[in-house]
Write a protein that binds this ligand. Sequence first.
Ligand SMILES: [Zn+2]
Length: 75
Amino acid sequence: MHNCKALLEKVILALDGELTTAEEQQLLKEVEECPSCFKKYHIEKSFKDFLASKIERKCASPQCIESIRARIQQM
Ligand SMILES: [Zn+2]
């Protein structure tokens, strides 16, 4: 059974680099089969990428991170 919440938790692990390549590929296959997970996956991924670029520029206060997350979720 597909569980969106459980899958999203795995997505976050994958984006943190906590999954093996095989696990990640299995995850991506499942993500593509569920429009809701597919959308959330891309929200999380853009957030992560955006945050990574911000951290490089040393701008990552908790308030800053929260406002970025809120902005991305409104997209
Ligand atoms: Zn789903």
